[in-house]
Ligand binder design. Structure first.
Ligand code: ATP
Length: 513
């Protein structure tokens, strides 16, 4: 655990030191759970967004993009259920004055029991060696079965109480389990209350005419209310999708995990409109496709898992999360939801306008069903960044810090380094920069010994360093060094573009899907 915490602290400090993420308004001591993307961070974030957009929109004939406003008519949020149901159960500790999500306290309690199960499994795996059958052990070992039953009982009760809005029972559960404030150890809790996560604001100049608005808590509703406009003007036939990326805002109760849980964040969502009755197939298909997209980035299959929801949101008939192994454990990175016709029907009802599709094959109109994929751009950033940050022991006994970002996402693709600041080497280096910057984001760096510059670029995540030395003057060749292997090659200046392109090209990466 201490190790995990250390790793996470390193991720946060590295993100600051190398110009990826800063605390918002830092000179005023920051703003809780709000962050700014710095010079390298903005490039990485843009590259992740582009990688998603290419895969989800441009590579599909039947998916189009959209960019809707953050402000929406307030009735939108009545219809979507957010005004009445977008709540988290909160609880305060009277001694520490810290606020928690009541459901998360209970879930964390269960996660601790799960750790015990894992310990038993690891112990048994060691004891039985090759003969160990994990599934059989989990389903028959009395201690493990007991732990699992306990988790199930607790989570079923939590699920029921939340569904019935029985907040007194949620508190009773916390007390029965003797859950203490993780920071202070106190068990002195207030009652559980519902807390709406939407931020309110006002539109209009005068107090009398101003209209109460919300900052959108998800981008999806901008797509639902435009569904018919897009379908008609694009002459789209079902099944088809509409995608967008953009800011969303949630007044999260607990936001202590860097950019994992922010109050202002960005989503990348795609709503796929299908014929009623076919949603199950599409749900399975999108689960599979989205996992393939993640795997195409080479961040190892064992770092991902699906978590199928048993407790479903009011709008869903099936839902699953793609969880990623963050430095603090497996957590939701993306959601795939079968949203039925809930949203379009609700907007029909509240707006009085028909939001139906005329199916020429069936010769009838219907409200389509929707399967959505919804991923947090900031969470994806954190997944990519934390997975990439590594300390490597080298053969010569030293260590190096290297940010092994997938080359397609790296902010800077190549650093161009003259070996010395004289003899015409900087001029050649500048010429190479001028030439390559049409195709890639590249930087020029002449400060310090070349070894130190390599280390600096390794830590910043730059996949290639190109060094110009005295031989370059003779034969027009340069050294190209690969970040991950530290291998070096001597190549002609004219070959640089193709060599870099091969490794950073979106096509090469997406073809792995
Ligand atoms: P969580 O359970 O972690 O609060 P959620 O289930 O409420 O997330 P969704 O409403 O399904 O999340 O939103 C889709 C995606 O948006 C999530 O998978 C996540 O990647 C991202 N997301 C949601 N809330 C936040 C947040 N506060 N900060 C950053 N990303 C977020």
């Amino acid at each position: 655990m201490a190790n995990q915490e250390d790793k996470f602290k390193k991720v946060i400090s590295h993100a600051k030191e190398y110009g990826y993420v800063f605390q918002s308004s830092e000179i005023y001591d920051g703003l809780s759970a709000v962050y700014d993307y710095a010079q390298n961070g903005v490039e990485l974030k843009n590259n992740i967004r582009d990688y998603w957009w290419k895969a989800m929109v441009q590579m599909h004939d039947n998916i189009v993009g959209l960019d809707t406003a953050i402000f929406m008519h307030p009735t939108t949020w009545k219809a979507s259920g957010h005004v009445d149901a977008f709540n988290d159960p909160l609880i305060d500790n009277k001694d520490s004055k810290k606020r928690y999500r009541a459901d998360v306290l209970v879930e964390d309690y269960c996660a601790k029991i799960e750790t015990k199960i894992n310990k038993e499994v690891n112990k048994a795996a060691k004891r039985f060696g090759d003969a160990f059958n994990k599934d059989e052990f989990i389903s028959t070992n009395p201690r493990v079965v007991g732990y699992q039953e306990r988790i199930n009982t607790i989570l079923t009760r939590l699920g029921k109480s939340l569904e019935n809005e029985d907040l007194a029972d949620v508190k009773a559960l916390i007390e029965e389990l003797e859950i203490a404030d993780p920071l202070s150890g106190s068990k002195n809790w207030t009652d559980v209350k519902q807390f709406n996560l939407m931020f309110g604001t006002k539109l209009g100049a005068s107090a009398e005419t101003a209209m109460n608005l919300y900052l959108r808590p998800e981008t999806a509703q901008g797509i639902f209310v435009n569904f018919l406009n897009v379908q008609k003007t694009g002459r789209l036939k079902i099944p088809f999708g509409i995608a967008q990326t953009g800011k969303a805002f949630r007044n999260e109760i607990v936001a202590r995990q860097f950019i994992f849980r922010m109050r202002e964040f960005e989503q990348m969502e795609m709503q796929f409109f299908v014929r009623p009755g076919t949603q199950k197939e599409w749900y399975e298909k999108w689960k599979e496709d989205r996992l393939k997209w993640h795997l195409s980035l080479g961040m190892r299959a064992e770092n991902y898992r699906f978590h199928d929801h048993e407790k479903l949101a009011h709008y869903a008939d099936a839902a699953s999360d793609i969880e990623f192994k963050f430095p603090f454990g497996f957590k939701e990175l993306e959601g795939i939801h079968s949203r039925t016709d809930f949203d379009l029907k609700a907007h029909e009802e509240y707006s009085g306008k028909k939001l139906q599709y005329f199916d020429h094959e069936d010769n009838k109109s219907y409200v389509p069903y929707v399967v959505e994929t919804s991923i947090g751009l900031d969470r994806m950033f954190l997944a990519v960044f934390s997975n990439a940050l590594q300390e490597e022991d080298l053969e010569n006994g030293t260590t190096r810090t290297v940010l092994k970002l997938p080359a397609v996402l790296a902010p800077t693709k190549a650093a161009i380094l003259p070996l010395v600041k004289k003899d015409g080497l900087p001029e050649i280096a500048h010429k190479i920069v001028e030439d390559l910057k049409w195709d890639f984001n590249v930087v020029y760096d002449e400060k310090d010994a070349v070894g130190r510059r390599y280390r600096r670029q390794d830590a910043a995540g730059t996949p290639f360093c190109i060094t110009i030395d005295h031989d370059t003057l003779e034969d027009n060749t340069v050294t190209i060094r690969h970040r991950d292997t530290m291998g070096q090659q001597r190549v002609k200046i004219e070959e640089l573009r193709d060599i870099i392109k091969q490794e950073v090209d979106v096509k090469t990466w997406l073809m792995r899907m």
